[in-house]
Design a protein around this ligand. Structure first.
Ligand code: C2O
Ligand code: CU
Length: 469
C-alpha cells in the first residue's frame, strides 16, 4: 500500500489503528501543600515511536522523555513549576511555554530571552502558573523541524476548584508528513511549504497515534482538552450528534457555548476545552470528522460507547463555567496605544517595495514592509502598563494564526465589526484578507515575540518583537 499525498480517508491508511491512549503523566515530585516547586525533567532526544500502528514500522522522531507527545505536565494554579531541560539532540534547542504568562527570561526564545541550550547541556525553567488552563510546550529553535519531528507536549494547569466531570482528557492533535516507510519526510525548509500554507502532512495523530476509537461510557461527562501542535494544519472538528460546549479557548475561560456552525476550529497552536455529556446509548458509535479544507474531509476518529449500563440517566447537573483567570482588562479608549500590523507576501500575494532582496534568504513574508531577517528594531514599543490595541491587516492570500508571547489578548473586532464574545486568546486566526483587532494590557516587561504559528511562515519572515518597557 502506498501513502497517497492527500490525507487518506481514515487519518492514515493503516488497517489496525489504535485506540486513543492517554498522554503519559510526568512523574512530578509528590509534595505536601505549601512545599516548594513542582519539579519535572524533560530530555529532548531522538526516539522511535509507534505513530501509525498495525503493520507499519515505527517512526524515528525527536521526543521529550522518549514519548510523542511529551509527558503531560500537570500542576495546580498558583504552583511554581520548575523544569530541568536536557538537550540530547544533535543541535541547540530551547523550550517555550506556549500561552503561559511568565517572566521574560523564562520564555524560551533563543538569543532574545536566553542563550540556546547546546547539545549535551541543560537549562532550568522556573515560573508560577498564574492562570489555570490548557497550555503546551515546544522548542523555539529550528522550530519547523524540531516540532515537526515530534517535540511538543501538554502543560495543564488545574483550577484551584475544578468543575465536576467524570474524566478530564487531553487530546494532543498533530499532523505529520510521512513517507511510505512511515518515516518523517525530511523536506523541512522547502520553499514551497514556506511560501504557501506551511508543512501540511498526510497523517493525523491524537496523543501520538493514528486514532480509531475513543471509548466512552454512556452518561459520563468528559472535559476534553484539544491542543493543536501541528506545524501548519487547521482542524475543524465536527462532533456529529455529540453536543460539545466550549468552556475555554487557548486556556482562557469563555462563557460556555456550542461551537459556532457546529465545528470546533483549531488553528496551529490553538486550544479548546470542551465539556461533552455522552448522552448516547451503550454500544453507540459517533464518527467525528475534520472538514476544514474544502474537498478534503476525512474521518477523524470514532467515539465508541462501551456496553456498560449508563453511568446516569440524565446529564450531570453541575455548572460548567470556569472561574476567570487574573487577567488585567484592557480599556479600549483614546488613552490606548494603537498599532497597525500589515501582513504581506507569500505565494499569490502582493509584496512591499524591494522585497526581492530578501528572497535569497528564504524570507517570503513581510510585516510592515520587512521580513524578520531584515528588521533590526522592535515591531512595536509599548510603555509598561498601557493598554495596547493592535490591528492586524492580512493582505496575503493565506490565513495566519498570529501568536503573541507573554500575554493573553482580547479579540475586539473582526473586519471592523465588534466581536461580541470578546474571547481571550494567545493565538488568533487571521484569515486571508481579513482584519482583526486585539487588545491587551502590557503589564509584563520584556521583549516578546509576535509571529505566525505556521512554523514555516515564521521561519520565512513572519515574526517580530513587541517590546514592553
Ligand atoms: Cu507556540 Cu513562539 O510559540
Ligand atoms: Cu502565517
Amino acid at each position: 500500500m502506498a501513502l497517497s499525498s492527500a490525507i487518506p480517508r481514515r487519518a492514515f491508511l493503516g488497517s489496525a489503528a489504535a485506540a486513543v491512549a492517554a498522554v503519559p503523566l510526568a512523574a512530578g515530585v509528590r509534595r505536601a501543600a505549601g512545599a516548594g516547586p513542582r519539579t519535572f525533567t524533560l530530555t529532548a532526544a531522538p526516539a522511535t515511536v509507534k505513530l501509525v500502528g498495525g503493520e507499519w514500522p515505527a517512526t524515528d522522531a525527536w521526543a521529550y522523555n522518549g514519548t510523542v507527545p511529551g509527558p503531560e505536565l500537570r500542576v495546580r494554579q498558583g504552583d511554581t513549576i520548575r523544569v530541568d531541560v536536557r538537550n540530547g539532540l544533535g543541535e541547540p534547542t530551547t523550550v517555550h511555554w506556549h500561552g503561559i504568562r511568565l517572566p521574560n527570561a523564562m520564555d524560551g526564545v533563543p538569543d532574545l530571552t536566553q542563550k540556546p541550550i547546546l547539545p549535551g547541556e541543560d537549562f532550568t525553567y522556573e515560573f508560577e502558573a498564574v492562570d489555570a488552563g490548557s497550555f503546551w510546550y515546544h522548542p523555539h529553535v529550528n522550530s519547523a523541524e524540531q516540532q515537526g519531528r515530534g517535540l511538543a507536549g501538554p502543560l495543564i494547569v488545574e483550577e484551584r476548584e475544578p468543575i465536576a466531570v467524570d474524566r478530564d482528557v487531553t487530546w494532543v492533535i498533530d499532523d505529520w508528513l510521512l513517507r511510505e516507510t512511515a518515516q518523517i519526510d525530511d523536506s523541512f525548509g522547502h520553499r514551497g511549504q514556506m511560501s504557501h500554507g506551511g508543512r501540511i502532512g498526510n497523517t493525523v495523530t491524537v496523543n501520538g497515534r493514528v486514532p480509531e476509537a475513543f471509548r466512552v461510557r454512556a452518561g459520563e461527562r468528559i472535559r476534553l482538552r484539544l491542543i493543536n501542535v501541528a506545524n501548519a494544519r487547521t482542524f475543524a472538528i465536527d462532533f456529529g450528534v455529540l453536543k460539545p460546549r466550549v468552556i475555554a479557548l487557548d486556556g482562557q475561560p469563555v462563557a460556555p457555548h456550542e461551537p459556532p456552525d457546529g465545528y470546533v476550529v483549531l488553528a496551529a497552536a490553538q486550544r479548546a476545552d470542551l465539556v461533552i455529556d455522552m448522552d448516547g446509548r451503550p454500544g453507540d458509535a459517533v464518527q467525528l470528522t475534520d472538514s476544514y479544507y474544502r474537498g478534503r474531509a476525512y474521518a477523524f476518529l470514532t467515539v465508541q460507547y462501551d456496553d456498560d449500563p449508563p453511568l446516569r440517566e440524565s446529564p450531570l447537573d453541575a455548572p460548567v463555567a470556569l472561574p476567570a483567570n487574573p487577567l488585567p482588562a484592557p480599556v479600549v479608549d483614546d488613552q490606548a496605544q494603537r498599532e497597525r500590523i500589515v501582513l504581506e507576501g507569500g505565494a499569490m500575494g502582493r509584496f512591499p517595495e524591494g522585497a526581492e532582496r530578501f528572497f535569497e534568504q528564504n524570507q517570503f513574508w513581510f510585516v510592515n514592509g520587512l521580513p524578520d531577517k531584515g528588521r533590526t528594531t522592535p515591531l512595536i514599543d509599548i510603555a509598561k502598563g498601557r493598554t495596547c490595541v493592535i490591528e492586524m491587516v492580512n493582505r496575503t492570500s493565506w490565513e495566519h494564526p498570529m501568536h503573541l508571547h507573554g500575554f493573553a489578548f482580547r479579540v475586539v473586532r473582526r473586519n471592523g465589526a465588534p466581536n461580541m464574545r470578546g474571547e481571550w486568546l494567545d493565538t488568533v486566526l487571521v484569515r486571508a484578507q481579513e482584519t482583526v483587532e486585539i487588545a491587551f494590557v502590557a503589564d509584563n516587561p520584556g521583549d516578546w515575540l509576535f509571529h505566525c504559528h505556521i512554523l514555516e511562515h515564521m521561519a520565512a519572515g513572519m515574526s517580530g518583537i513587541v517590546r514592553v518597557a
